[in-house]
Design a protein around this ligand. Structure first.
Ligand SMILES: [Cu+2]
Length: 238
């Protein structure tokens, strides 16, 4: 289900994560309202009044058991209930086998995307790289190997509902399948220095034909590069 107050959901698991978010919001929201209303009612009901003495209460075991058990049950339920979805999204062993590998390197303050080229394999001669532009094909699985060169960054594509820290010295896997064509935002979601606010990239979700045309323009050195500033560094040796 698409919730009107969320950004567009554009990945295979986006809608399920949104539903989980809303479920947790309903539960915690209900608790919030009950607690705040109770607080206000008690404030008024037990306010200072002439002729009424304050009472000394030592505690109420029944009440304590109830207000400990209910949150514990709710938390354990939410943990068990959400586990299958999180494991499908985050478990590296469950990344779809046909996923295309992408190398993503974060550094102050930019993103570098290493593409496997037409052969779909990383580490071959037809690989190419692009700064701050992530180009993918709609309805295709992608496997991202995330690395950071300097400090901790966070790879965040809101419309995909994908957020994953990039940690120096670690190679962290993530995956996604875009379900909507268009241009979206990728932002660093971990305060990583003075330029953090501008550490963003654009995500282009293409049709297969559009992607093929874009990829051809990246590989053929004779093709005139686009006039934007990132184009000059479009090809890097890897
Ligand atoms: Cu960053």
């Amino acid at each position: 289900m698409q919730h009107w107050w969320f950004p567009t959901s554009a990945s295979s698991y986006g809608a399920e994560l949104d539903n989980l978010f809303v479920l947790i919001l309903y539960i915690t929201g209900a608790v919030f309202v009950i607690v705040e209303v109770g607080l206000l009612v008690f404030l008024v009901k037990y306010r200072k009044r002439e002729g009424r003495k304050a009472e000394y209460i030592e505690g109420n075991t029944t009440a304590e058991i109830v207000w400990t058990t209910i949150p514990a049950v709710v938390c354990v339920f939410l943990g068990l209930f959400s586990q299958p979805l999180w494991s499908r999204i985050k478990d590296p062993a469950r990344i779809p086998a046909d996923a295309i590998p992408l190398e993503v390197t974060a550094k102050q303050f930019e993103w570098h995307f290493g593409y496997p080229g037409p052969d779909g394999q990383q580490g071959t001669a037809d690989d190419y790289g692009k700064r701050n532009e992530l180009h993918v094909v709609v309805n295709q699985n992608y496997r991202v190997r995330l690395q950071a060169e300097d400090v901790i960054h966070s790879f965040f594509i809101p419309v995909f509902r994908l957020k994953q820290d990039a940690v120096p010295g670690m190679q962290i896997m993530a995956w996604f399948r875009p379900t909507r064509t268009g241009q979206f935002e990728l932002a660093c979601a971990e305060l990583c220095g003075l330029g953090h606010y501008r550490m963003r990239a654009r995500v282009f979700v293409h049709t297969p034909e559009e992607f093929a045309a874009w990829q051809a323009s990246q590989i053929a050195p004779t093709t005139p590069a686009a006039s934007d500033t990132t184009a000059s560094s479009g090809r890097t040796a890897r």
